[in-house]
Ligand binder design. Structure first.
Ligand code: 5GP
Length: 211
């Protein structure tokens, strides 16, 4: 059950997507720190670990063979090719978190958002974060390691292709100020938690009030 309300409710599957450089990871981190009722779904990936990343925390880093095994065993709620690698959401931890009455945060791309929605429909809330301008996106992408023009151009092209899926989301936010964007994300989550359709404890509660 949610700690913020005395009523039992269904958990929210809260999806945050954005092109890289829009500030999604920062906002996801802020949300996890600020809100004990939501926990991160840690994806499995075949991409190599980057400096500073921790296996089991940022991702479960697995071989292609292991990933294929997991996919054919039905271990993923969804999975997709993103760029040159595979990424998937392990099913069991999500069920466990929902069973504990927590909401689950997914940092996944539009393909993941679409598949999750097909499976869990009304329990899924999809939020897309946009950068404030092409110039700002370029600036943020250039500041990530190499400044080589072709690398930056490739990142911009990927960002444009991700952005083209904005209309597959329930909410679209422009991150021109990280604090404001974070506040908006929290407001969305709070309001979605309060939706009548999620408040499974309401019938009994209202009956008691009427008795
Ligand atoms: P990165 O390799 O930079 O950590 O992530 C690349 C992209 O893959 C990001 O857009 C991220 O949201 C997406 N991604 C991460 N995990 C998953 C997953 O489990 N499923 C899907 N569909 N996308 C994912």
């Amino acid at each position: 059950m949610a700690h913020t309300s005395p009523l039992a409710r269904r958990g929210v599957l809260f999806v945050l997507s954005s092109p890289s450089g829009a500030g999604k990871s920062t906002i996801a981190r802020m949300l996890l720190r600020a809100d004990p009722d939501i926990a991160l779904s840690v994806s499995a990936t075949t991409r190599p670990i980057r400096p500073g990343e921790v296996d089991g925390v940022d991702y479960h880093f697995v071989s292609l063979d292991r990933f294929r095994e997991m996919a054919s065993a039905g271990d993923f709620l969804e999975w997709a090719h993103v760029f040159d690698h595979r990424y998937g959401t392990p099913r069991a931890p999500v069920h466990q978190m929902l069973g504990e009455g927590r909401d689950v945060l997914f940092d996944i791309d539009w393909q993941g958002a679409q598949q999750l929605f097909q499976q869990a429909g009304g329990d899924v809330v999809r939020v897309f974060i946009l950068p404030p301008s092409v110039e700002e996106l370029g600036r943020r992408l250039r500041s990530r390691g190499t400044d080589e023009a072709s690398v930056v151009a490739a990142r911009m092209a990927r960002a444009a292709s991700e952005i083209s899926h904005w209309d597959g989301y329930d909410y679209v936010l422009v991150n021109d100020d990280v604090e404001r964007c974070f506040t908006q994300v929290r407001m969305i989550l709070e309001a979605e938690r309060l939706k009548r359709s999620r408040q499974t404890g309401l019938i009994g509660f209202a009956r008691k009030l009427m008795a």
